[in-house]
Design a protein around this ligand. Structure first.
Ligand SMILES: [Zn+2]
Length: 211
């Protein structure tokens, strides 16, 4: 009897492990415009301007597209932050693989840019670069500007004013609460749990914007 129960428990465990792998429905994988999910999230896409580390405008459309399950998590983060008079400003979301190749041609250094041969989590529509804003949309003081590739941007860098450390922690805590994984070397970068289940894409932002 005991063996039968054990076998049943084992079968249940295996089934669950499999369903964990297949926890995303086809609808979850669709790329959606974050402002259609929550228009209060501020979108300021740096790669759609010349104000980025390459000095070049790399996107044709200043939009934040994310896999739907990621966008819904971010919506929850925004709602939670609003309760304390804060909000989100996103700097980068889904990034087409062809743009990753351009970034790599300018900075072929894996400390700063993901090698397009492997692809970035941004290429999967599962990563987001963002900061905190107050209720008027002003950015809160953070350790560095966006895409500052120095150790000052690392999450374990503490030679900073108390308010900056506090702001970085507020962002990190709320993102973790909703299933995002912080990148240790960039305080602004978070990956959605389960990103490895999603493929690398090269759909131009302009195409996505037509839908
Ligand atoms: Zn990033």
């Amino acid at each position: 009897m005991k063996t039968k129960l054990l076998k049943l428990a084992l079968a249940f465990f295996i089934l669950n492990a499999e369903s964990l792998l297949a926890q995303f429905s086809p609808e979850d994988t669709v790329l959606v415009d974050i402002q259609k999910i929550n228009p209060r999230i501020i979108v300021e896409i740096k790669y759609a301007t010349e104000d980025n580390f390459t000095g070049k405008k790399l996107y044709d459309v200043p939009k934040c597209f994310l896999r739907k399950f990621v966008a819904l998590k971010l919506d929850s983060v925004q709602r939670e932050l609003e309760k304390v008079g804060l909000g989100l400003k996103v700097w980068d979301c889904y990034r087409p693989l062809s743009v990753q190749k351009i970034l790599w041609s300018i900075v072929p250094d894996e400390r700063y840019v993901a090698n397009p041969a492997k692809g970035s989590r941004h290429n999967r529509g599962c990563a987001v670069d963002l900061t905190l804003v107050d209720s008027l949309g002003n950015e809160l003081p953070m350790p560095t500007k966006y895409d500052d590739f120095t150790e000052k941007a690392h999450r374990d860098y503490y030679n900073l004013p108390d308010t900056v450390i506090k702001n970085r922690k507020i962002l990190e805590d709320v993102m973790k609460k909703y299933g995002f994984i912080p990148l240790p070397t960039e305080w602004w970068h978070f990956d959605a749990q389960g990103w490895e289940n999603f493929s690398i894409l090269d759909i131009p932002l302009k195409e996505l914007n037509k839908k």
